[in-house]
Design a binder for this molecule. Structure first.
Ligand code: ATP
Length: 234
């Protein structure tokens, strides 16, 4: 199992949990969606999993190892997180950023794969520009290309399509599928059912602070219907 949580409870104000006793199991080879209404706690959950938010109880295990404050930096190599609006360094170029993050992970970017991804995402002409001068979509592509190059066992994405054009979205779908066929897993939060139907294998529905349903995505089963039933809307 790449990621497991046990009784994960997180809060901003003590005794007012935003997520409550969440159990997750994420295995390699699959793309998982995290669904929930506005304010359901999706970003909070992703921030707890990636050690951005530290007010939680319960257990998080990456590849069998329990996450603690002592091994946070070491276990970082098991996952890569892309927030909905990535906070990149404006003065750096995308290439500089990619090299910088790889150094933090104790590795170097694969230049052949970088060239391939730049082609896939029509990104060659932006690789040496200042990040601060890039459009939202191209900033998003910087974070995405970097994450795909890092090849962490788990890629975690918060609202990944923000800013991407239709061609980039198609490439993104293909790249995620390839990523998981190599034994990795992807966990993404989204409000968009087309992305769930198109690329996800499983969907977690977060409501009332807990995962109310874990749905296997298939042609015979409408995730959207289950979602509306769970959150109490027709
Ligand atoms: N920094 C914060 N301090 C206090 N409360 C917060 C903070 N961030 C989020 N919350 C609260 O936690 C709850 C969950 O918010 P969160 O952003 O995790 O939801 P979400 O499911 O990602 O929402 P959305 O779909 O709107 O992005 C909300 O009630 C929100 O107001």
């Amino acid at each position: 199992m790449i990621l497991e949580t046990h009784r994960l409870t997180g809060w901003y104000t003590k005794n007012k949990p935003v997520i409550n006793e969440v159990h997750l199991q994420i295995e390699g080879g699959k793309v998982y969606a995290l669904l929930g209404a506005n304010g359901a706690g999706k970003t909070t959950l992703l921030h707890i999993l990636t050690s951005i938010h530290g007010q939680y109880s319960g257990e998080i295990r990456y590849c069998g190892e329990k996450l603690t404050s002592g091994n946070e930096m070491r276990l970082k190599r098991y996952r890569c997180f892309i927030p909905d609006h990535p906070d990149l360094f404006d003065e750096m170029s995308p290439l500089g950023f990619i090299e910088f993050v790889h150094r933090l992970y104790g590795t170097t970017p694969d230049s052949a794969r970088l060239a391939e991804l730049c082609g896939t995402f029509s990104f060659d002409q932006f690789l040496h520009q200042k990040i601060g001068s890039l459009s939202l979509g191209n900033r998003q592509k910087t974070a995405l290309i970097n994450a795909l190059l890092l090849r962490c066992p788990l890629l975690i994405l918060d609202e990944p399509l923000v800013g991407l054009d239709v061609v980039a979205i198609e490439s993104f779908y293909r790249e995620l599928r390839t990523y998981v066929t190599q034994g990795n897993a992807v966990l993404l939060s989204t409000h968009l059912f087309p992305i769930v139907d198109r690329i996800c294998d499983e969907a977690f529905i977060l409501h009332g602070g807990t995962i109310q349903e874990s749905v296997t995505v298939s042609r015979n089963h409408s995730v959207q219907e289950t979602f509306f039933r769970v959150i109490g809307h027709e």
